[in-house]
Design a protein around this ligand. Structure first.
Ligand SMILES: NC(=O)c1ccc[n+]([C@@H]2O[C@H](COP(=O)([O-])OP(=O)(O)OC[C@H]3O[C@@H](n4cnc5c(N)ncnc54)[C@H](OP(=O)(O)O)[C@@H]3O)[C@@H](O)[C@H]2O)c1
Length: 335
């Protein structure tokens, strides 16, 4: 068996009240004891920071919860550094939920192999990972986006939004980004190829939307909640499809989305669907098989915001929850 290791970790010190601050976290070196029989030791290379972690650390997420003093959870790309299992050899790259720490022991059932065809492993946390699968579920599986659709995507350049836009464009739809700030407007139009871009801070959303979608919106992929949800819903075309996927506006606890009156859905003959990405795990392998070649060929853009070092995770996460990130937030922990 193995010896103890110093394990750099980020723990939750205090549940955030409102927008999280770096003071809610602490960087510690903990000791990782000897590896138990059957466990596989992994070293974190890339850590994904995602909005759902805000509800996990608040203690109100539907799947997970943690206490103060615990290592903050999160999905990572890791390298196996100790293993007695021939199916999971030393050196293999895997995806697992190690959390915000350098090393972690995992059972084999907690590991997924990173497809060998992938030249950049961080992609498995962004456009080819959970955010990408969410975008695929929303755009392809649920909304069935097709040529002629007018698709509106808020949080337009983030993990989910960036992939959703590219899937909609590939299907022949017109794409409208809602974002904030000059940097993100440029990324939306120049890097991700949206047809139109609306700044949610500097522009009047209702007016700007009416100008770029005069026939109405046929698909709205809601990643943020109100007031955007209600404003876009008022401009749905008859028979419009709405995919409810995220409520980032509400996550810091100082806002509650109510959505439009149901009468609006009736008038618009709308189809409104909820999306939980966990339901699409069985399709992940097929999703990867279809999209890895496109990413490798440069036909899909991964708009990642990479931060250096595990110690940068608290501020990078707070930046995400302030809405300041300019792409899918990933921390490069080790090489
Ligand atoms: N249902 C599911 O299974 C599922 C799975 C994955 C993700 N999601 C949800 O999808 C949404 C997008 O996730 P993501 O990982 O792609 O995040 P992200 O877009 O990378 O980051 C969040 C973005 O939200 C926008 N935003 C709008 N209003 C905000 C506010 N009041 N505070 C903070 N940010 C605000 C900001 O973009 P702009 O400045 O561009 O507006 C911000 O950059 C989240 O709501 C997430 O919970 C749901």
């Amino acid at each position: 068996m193995t010896e103890n290791r110093d394990n750099e970790s980020v723990i939750l010190t205090q549940r955030p009240d409102g927008v999280p601050s770096p003071d809610n976290f602490a960087f510690e070196v903990r000791s990782l004891g000897p590896r138990a029989a059957g466990m596989i030791r992994c070293q974190t290379l890339f850590l994904s920071l995602d909005p759902y972690i805000r509800s996990v650390i608040a203690g109100n997420h539907l799947g997970h919860g943690i206490d103060t003093g615990d290592v903050v959870p999160g999905e990572v790309v890791a390298r196996i550094i100790e293993s007695d299992d021939q199916k999971w050899p030393v050196g293999m790259l895997v995806r697992c939920h190690s959390g915000w720490q350098q090393f972690c022991d995992q059972p084999a059932e907690g590991l997924s192999q990173i497809p060998q065809a992938l030249s950049r492993p961080s992609l498995t946390l962004s456009i080819l990972g959970m955010p990408g699968l969410t975008a695929w579920a929303g755009m392809v599986s649920i909304a069935n986006v097709h040529e002629g659709d007018v698709v509106v995507i808020p949080a337009a350049v983030g993990g989910v939004g960036a992939m959703a836009a590219q899937l909609a464009r590939r299907a022949g739809a017109t794409t409208i980004a809602i974002t904030s700030g000059a940097d993100k407007r440029r990324i939306a139009l120049e890097t991700l190829g949206y047809d139109h871009c609306i700044d949610r801070v500097d522009q009047d959303l209702a007016e700007a939307l009416a100008a770029v979608a005069p026939q109405g919106v046929s698909v709205y992929f809601d990643l943020v909640g109100d007031p955007t949800l209600t404003t876009v819903a008022q401009q749905l075309a008859i028979g419009g499809r709405v995919v409810l996927c995220g409520l980032i506006k509400d996550y810091n606890g100082n806002h509650k989305t109510m959505g439009p009156h149901p009468g609006l859905w009736i008038t618009k003959r709308a189809t409104v669907s909820g999306l939980v990405v966990y339901d699409y795990e069985p399709q992940r392998a097929a999703f990867e098989q279809e999209f890895i070649p496109l990413a490798e060929a440069g036909d899909l853009v991964a708009n990642e915001e990479i931060h250096e070092g595990l110690a940068s995770a608290p501020e990078a996460f707070c930046r995400l929850m302030r809405g300041d990130n300019t792409g899918k937030v990933v921390v490069h922990v080790d090489s």
